[in-house]
Design a protein around this ligand. Structure first.
Ligand SMILES: [Zn+2]
Ligand SMILES: [Zn+2]
Length: 259
C-alpha cells in the first residue's frame, strides 16, 4: 500500500492512497486543478482516482469534492449527516455518485473503517485503511480529543497520519480572537503537540514504521516545534526509533510504500 499526503493544514487537506488494485483520495480540500497537478507530480492521473472519502464537511476538506464528482465522475463516500449538512456546498452531484459511509466499508480490496472523533463538524470521522496484505494506515487529521475507540483501532497501524495542530503557548499568544483560541484547544477543536505525542506513545508498537504529523497550524505552531515536542513525549516513554515527519503546510510528500 502506498500513500502521499498531497497537502495538509487549514489551507487544504487531501491524502492519496493506493494499492495494486485501488486508488482513493481521503478529502479534497484543494481546487480540482491543484489536485490534478499534485497527483501528476507523483505520476498519477486524477481520472484514475476511483473514490473520494470525506472525513467531515469543513471546507479545507471538501473544497473540490463536487467538482471531482461532476467533472471526473469520482464516487463520493461521505457520512449521511455530513452530506445532508453540506449538500448545497457540494453543488449538484448525480445521486448514483453519493455513497453513505458505514462503520465498515469495503472498496475493492481495501477495508475502510470509519471512527467517530469529537472535532466540531456535524460529524467527523477518522479512517483506518487496510489492504488484503494486512497493511494498515490510520488517518486522523482533525480530532478534537483522542478517545479509546481511536486508540483501539490505531493500535496496529503500520503508518499513522495524525494532527499535531498547535503549541499551547503559541496559541495563547497568537493573533486569533479569544473565541477561536478556545475553540481550537477545546475537546471539539484540534490536538496540541503534546496530545499527539502522548497518543502516538500509547499506540506505539514494533510494526508502526512512520508517523506523519499533519494539520500543523501556521499561526500557533511550526513543524520544527511539533516534531520536537512529539519526539520529547516519545523519548519520555522510551521510544527512540520511530520515524516521525512533520509536514509543513504547502508541502506534498513523496509516494511512500508500506512494506
Ligand atoms: Zn475541521
Ligand atoms: Zn481541517
Amino acid at each position: 500500500m502506498r500513500i502521499s499526503i498531497l497537502g495538509t493544514g487549514s489551507s487544504g487537506n487531501s491524502i492519496y492512497i493506493e494499492d495494486d488494485n485501488n486508488k482513493i483520495l481521503i478529502d479534497a480540500g484543494f481546487s480540482g486543478k491543484k489536485l490534478k497537478e499534485k497527483l501528476e507530480s507523483i505520476d498519477r492521473k486524477i481520472e484514475e482516482v476511483e473514490a473520494l472519502f470525506i472525513s467531515h464537511e469543513h471546507s479545507d476538506h471538501i473544497l473540490s469534492a463536487g467538482v471531482l464528482a461532476r467533472k471526473y465522475k469520482i464516487p463520493i463516500y461521505i457520512c449521511k449527516e455530513s452530506y445532508e449538512y453540506c449538500a448545497c456546498k457540494l453543488g449538484k452531484i448525480p445521486t448514483e455518485l453519493i455513497n453513505f459511509i458505514e462503520e465498515d466499508n469495503l472498496f475493492g480490496n481495501l477495508k475502510i473503517k470509519a471512527i467517530d472523533v469529537s472535532h466540531d463538524a456535524i460529524r467527523t470521522l477518522a479512517f483506518k485503511i487496510e489492504n488484503e496484505k494486512d497493511k494498515k494506515i490510520g488517518i486522523a487529521t482533525d480530532v478534537g480529543k483522542t478517545n479509546n475507540l481511536l486508540k483501539y483501532n490505531f493500535n496496529d497501524v503500520n503508518l499513522l497520519v495524525l494532527e499535531s495542530n498547535y503549541d499551547f503557548n503559541m496559541l495563547m499568544n497568537c493573533s486569533y480572537p479569544q473565541d477561536l483560541k478556545m475553540r481550537v484547544k477545546s475537546n471539539r477543536g484540534h490536538l496540541a503537540n503534546e496530545d499527539s505525542g502522548k497518543f502516538i506513545s500509547e499506540i506505539y508498537h514494533d510494526n508502526l514504521s512512520l508517523v506523519y504529523l499533519a494539520h500543523i497550524s501556521n499561526d500557533s505552531n511550526c513543524p520544527k516545534l511539533a516534531y520536537k515536542t512529539v519526539m520529547n513525549e516519545l523519548v519520555k516513554k522510551g521510544i527512540a526509533n520511530l520515524k516521525v515527519e512533520a509536514i509543513p503546510q504547502g508541502i506534498q510528500t513523496k509516494l511512500y510504500e508500506i512494506r
